[in-house]
Design a binder for this molecule. Structure first.
Ligand code: CP
Length: 315
């Protein structure tokens, strides 16, 4: 597909050529930013009218919300932030569905939307007056996180094809895992998952070529890319996982001892937020192989590249 004026709601919307184009633009923006602390001047014909991006966050966010906003500012776009149900008319009973329809009716040029498990919201995103970028949807998808993760792997490891990527944690509730597994499979990586049974999918379904591990140390020695995933306690109530099940998590916390099994040139990722002492011990975040903050930096450039492609800003 061409990115121009298209929504990005799922990794399924992208083919390998799209990903290559996006990554080459993100790389150009990052390299230019290193030299001159800007990349907006790489756009050959900037828009001669103000561009308004409406950012609607119906679930909490730090990294995704702020990096979409920072990327918009780097281009000089105007952003409208809607992230508080308590200070909006949702407090008076207006639904998420109608809230989105009303924001779309104000004719922004682009919408960035984070939402929960809501078929009603999912169903109307295709009918907005402008392209929509998913900023994460419940336990569904987080396409831009998967893109920035793959970009980070490519940068650090030199390729994605052939890399062995292990996801440790609450895989079954993770939109990041879902988008990452689809994208990494498409780009030729091998994927492994590891965690307590209640946090792994009962069946792998559409996920092809995914290895399951129950022993964390064995899993770490298999991989070159170790990706932690947050335990999504807020989703557990919906599916009846009790706190006692979460306690078995202790066996899956990555710590210094596990890192002894990770190859010297392996890398450590986590989409964030990292809950220290839960998924990772603090020393994992200090390991020289840990690229968690580099992922955040790459999020800025990947999202800027995506804006430019959807809005038809050529470099
Ligand atoms: N990775 C991620 O989506 O983080 P936030 O929830 O803070 O945006």
């Amino acid at each position: 597909m061409s990115f121009f004026e298209k929504s990005l709601l799922s990794i399924q919307n992208l083919d390998t050529e799209n990903v290559k184009l996006l990554f080459s633009r993100a790389k150009a923006f990052k390299e230019e930013f290193r030299k001159s602390r800007r990349f907006d001047h790489l756009i050959r014909q900037p828009s001669n009218r103000p561009i308004v991006v409406a950012m609607v966050f119906l679930e909490p966010s730090t990294r995704t919300r702020v990096s979409f906003q920072a990327a918009a500012y780097r281009f000089g776009f105007r952003t409208i932030i809607f992230d508080s149900a308590t200070s909006s008319s949702m407090q008076k009973g207006e639904s998420q569905y109608d809230t989105l329809r009303n924001i779309s009716a104000m004719l922004p040029d682009l919408m960035v939307v984070r939402y929960g498990n809501s078929p009603e919201v999912e169903g109307i995103l295709d009918t907005m007056n402008c392209p929509v970028i998913s900023a994460g949807s419940g336990t569904g998808e987080h396409p831009t996180q998967a893109l920035l993760d793959a970009f980070t792997i490519l940068e650090a490891r030199g390729s994605i094809a052939g890399q062995r990527v292990l996801m440790v944690g609450d895989v079954v509730h993770s939109r990041v895992a879902n988008s990452n597994i689809q994208l990494l499979n498409r780009l030729g990586a091998e994927v492994g998952i590891c965690g307590p049974e209640v946090m792994l999918p009962a069946a792998l379904g559409d996920w092809k070529n995914v290895k399951r591990f129950s022993d964390l140390r064995l899993a770490v020695s298999w991989c070159q890319v170790l990706m932690g995933l947050r335990i999504q306690k807020e989703r557990h109530e919906e599916v009846g996982i009790s706190n006692s099940a979460i306690e078995i998590w202790d066996q899956y916390r990555v710590d210094r001892v596990h890192l002894e099994s990770l190859s010297d040139n392996g890398i450590i990722l986590h989409p964030g937020p990292v809950i220290r002492g839960v998924e990772f011990s603090s020393d994992v975040l200090q390991d020289r192989r840990c690229l968690v903050l580099e992922q955040v930096t790459n999020g800025l450039f990947v999202r800027a590249a995506l804006y430019s492609l959807i809005l038809g800003l050529e470099v």
